[in-house]
Every structure is written in C-alpha cells, then in structure tokens.
Write a protein of this length. Structure first.
Length: 234
C-alpha cells in the first residue's frame, strides 16, 4: 500500500479569562488531537501570537484588558485564520458586530466542549481543504497507481519513462534526457519510437482507468507529467 502522509494537527489558540474554563477547553481540545494553547488576556494572546502561528482562534469577548471584537478588528495578521467567538452576549447586534470584526462562528455561552470541537473541525475543513490525491509510481511492482486506487502494470520502458517524468512533475523533460534514460544513443534513436511508447502508455491507462492520462507533450521540448505524483519503492 502507498504511504499516506498524515495531516499536521491543527493549532488552536484559546483566549478566555476564566481560569477553570480556559483549562478545561485547552485540555479537552488537546485530548481531541488538536494543538491547543491558552491565553487569559488579549495582551497574553498577542505575546503568544508574536512567536507562534495558529490555524484558528477561540476568542471570548469579555476580557479584562479590552473588547475582543475591537481587538479582532485590528488584527490584520489574523484575516486568514479561523475565528470562533464565545460570549454570553447572545443578542443579534452583538453577533453581527462579531461577524463584521472577522469572526467565522459565534457561540453563546455556556458552550458544550463537544459542540466547540465539532465547530472547530467543521471550520478547519473549510480552511484546510484536503489536498488532491496523487498518482503513485511503484517501481518495485512495475505499476502505476491512480488517485482512485486503480493499478496499471507497466513495461520496463514505460516505467523508465515515468520515473524520469515523476522526478520533475509539472516540468517538461527533454526527449534527449528521456532517450538517454531509456538506454539509447540520442544521435541514432528514432524519435518516433518514443512517440509510439507514449501513445501506447496513454491508450493503456485510458482503457484501464476510464479517463485521460496526465502525460502531456511539450512542443519541440519533450514530455511532462502534469499531476501530483510520488515514487514508491526507490
């Protein structure tokens, strides 16, 4: 099976002035697999943000050293982060002002920790969309695995060609370089042989997978693999 790269745990900064609640929120989020850190004031939060990066903030509005909404509206460096506001103020005007300040979600206290975790995960899915699955070239089994998990067996020449292209995804590899990799002398190699090799590979994968193969011809240059691809077994 191809190696699956684990997504890094999301980093969450919880800004809450009630000590027991802050500790409970941070501990619960940590148990849920999130990298949670707490700050009990806006000043403390700024000190943490000066040296650490976060994906998402959980911000209480009623803090001892300022209004969380005003503070949030001034934090230009947080505009690409997720923000969840937690507050006892549930009136519509407070919600609207919170959203205008840059909040993505507005939760009225008391907030259930399970609900908070669910909201965080939903927001993170929007902020960190899943990366597209890649093709995998398995040089031990002489096969190519599609993003859908379907395998195509390769000949020695097909594997050699794809290995060179997989080492430079998205960039064209010259016919000269590919010819040398295939074990031929470019001075005496008939370029039509490579064209036939590429055409057969495209046809084979199209028949096996039911869609076009991302192997593109770079006019007067060579060929390029135009999709994410990794090499396994080498």
């Amino acid at each position: 099976m191809p190696h699956t790269q684990q997504t890094p745990a999301a980093r969450v900064l919880v800004i809450e002035d009630e000590p027991d609640l802050l500790e409970a929120m941070v501990r619960f989020l940590q148990l849920e697999g999130l990298l949670a850190v707490g700050a009990s004031s806006l000043r403390s939060a700024e000190q943490v943000l000066a040296t650490h990066d976060f994906d998402l903030l959980v911000l209480d509005l009623g803090l001892p050293d300022g209004d969380g909404r005003v503070w949030l509206s001034r934090q230009t460096g947080l505009r690409d982060k997720g923000v969840i506001i937690t507050t006892a103020r549930g009136e519509a005007t407070a919600r609207i002002s919170g959203v205008r300040a840059g909040a993505d979600v507005y939760l009225v206290k008391p907030v259930q920790l399970e609900e908070l975790t669910a909201v965080i995960r939903n927001l993170l899915r929007r902020l960190r969309p899943a990366a597209p699955k890649a093709w995998v070239l398995d040089i031990l089994s002489w096969s190519l695995l599609s993003p859908e998990g379907l395998a195509v067996k390769l000949t020695h020449s097909e594997q050699t060609l794809l290995t060179q292209l997989a080492r430079a995804p998205g960039r064209s590899v010259s016919r000269h370089e590919l010819t040398v990799a295939l074990g031929h002398d470019p001075e005496h190699y008939d370029p039509r042989r490579m064209e036939i090799l590429v055409r057969r590979l495209r046809n084979k994968t199209r028949e096996a997978l039911g869609h076009e193969f991302p192997l593109e011809t770079a006019h007067r240059q060579g060929y390029a693999f135009t999709a994410p691809i990794s090499i396994q077994g080498g």
